[in-house]
Design a protein around this ligand. Structure first.
Ligand code: NAP
Length: 301
């Protein structure tokens, strides 16, 4: 099968196209013919060596797949069914013609979505879902989502709205209308806004790290929750009375079923900035690392 692999950590040039054997599903795993693979920042972080696995090179790339089931297990999806899902971290293997992943990690593809759109969903949407769950976001809560126009952010703002929260989100000026279109109550220009004047939040989702995480502590009400994604909680800046935790996304086919229902009933929109062919994987990584993608990038096989 065609596959993108890498045999050393480094820049985009380490990505190579190769012929690889079709993976053999382990117990409980299904085999999916991949028609589209989502691109996430963790992909290039893995390629650079910031996220490592204990398997030997060459390593597979990517975690998000949408495609057609070719082998299944008892109780799993039907052969021929279109599914979407996320491979378990830290072993990538989505930028390739076939992927083996646990049956419990996939769900039927939302009927409204193409394979390319479906591949944009799993890792980013599950991260947003699990972050809101960790913070117990509920109706009436005030939620601040940093980078609301990004992969995780654009799902987080929509899930938070669906839970009945009042949503503020940051983005650059060119994305403020996009945020409004997603239902954000208060889109905020990250270049000029002074959030310290805002009414305190029940939850802040830090999708950026560094200075954004440091500033976030002071935007929360006592008892509020800071959820960090890119970096661990910086203990040196911890404030008493704030619950702070890092969420690491985990595959969850059941949550994907529920997310798929929200997509199909029109509650949640999936934004795909571009679909690139598999051979443009290096270009996709370059774009992702620039940090300006609206919604998601997807590779089509
Ligand atoms: N812990 C986990 O399990 C987990 C899971 C998923 C993601 N992550 C991490 O979370 C981060 C976000 O992931 P993602 O997929 O959402 O990334 P992404 O889609 O690449 O984010 C791109 C967006 O970030 C915005 N942005 C860039 N710099 C910003 C800043 N300083 N302040 C506010 N917004 C900024 C850009 O919007 P504008 O151009 O409008 O500013 C752009 O739309 C990444 O570091 C990723 O590795 C962690």
């Amino acid at each position: 099968m065609r596959a993108v692999v890498f045999s050393e950590y480094g820049d985009e040039s380490v990505l190579a196209f190769t012929d690889r054997p079709v993976p053999s599903p382990a117990e409980g795993e299904i085999l999916v013919e991949v028609l589209a693979a989502g691109v996430n920042p963790v992909d290039w972080k893995h390629r650079e060596g910031a996220v490592r696995s204990d398997r030997p090179f060459p390593l597979g790339m990517g975690w998000d797949v949408a495609g057609v089931v070719r082998r299944t297990v008892p109780g799993g999806p039907a052969v021929g069914e279109s599914v979407y899902g996320m491979l378990p971290l830290p072993y990538g293997g989505a930028y390739q013609q076939f992927a083996a992943l646990p049956a419990s990690a996939v769900a039927p593809m939302p009927a409204r979505l193409s394979h390319a759109e479906a591949a944009a969903v799993p890792l980013a949407a599950l991260t947003a879902w699990q972050a809101l769950e960790a913070a117990g976001v509920t109706a009436g809560h005030r939620v601040l989502v940093h980078a609301g126009a990004g992969g995780v952010g654009h799902f987080a703002v929509q899930f938070a709205r669906h839970r009945g929260a009042h949503v503020t989100a940051t983005a650059s000026a060119r994305n403020l209308d996009f945020l409004r279109g997603l239902g954000v109550d208060e889109p905020v220009d990250r270049g000029t806004a002074d959030l310290t004047a805002a009414e305190p939040f029940d939850m802040v989702l830090d999708t950026v790290g560094g200075e954004v995480q440091r500033a976030s502590w002071h935007l929360l009400r006592p008892g509020g929750t800071l959820v960090t994604l890119p970096e661990p909680v910086d203990e040196a800046h911890r404030l008493p009375g704030i619950d702070a935790r890092r969420v690491i996304v985990a595959p969850d086919g059941e949550a994907l079923r529920r997310i798929g229902a929200l997509v199909d009933d029109g509650t949640v929109r999936v934004e795909v900035q571009s679909v690139l062919p598999l051979h443009a994987a290096a270009e996709a990584h370059r774009l992702s690392k620039e940090g300006r993608v609206r919604g998601k990038l997807v590779l089509s096989l």
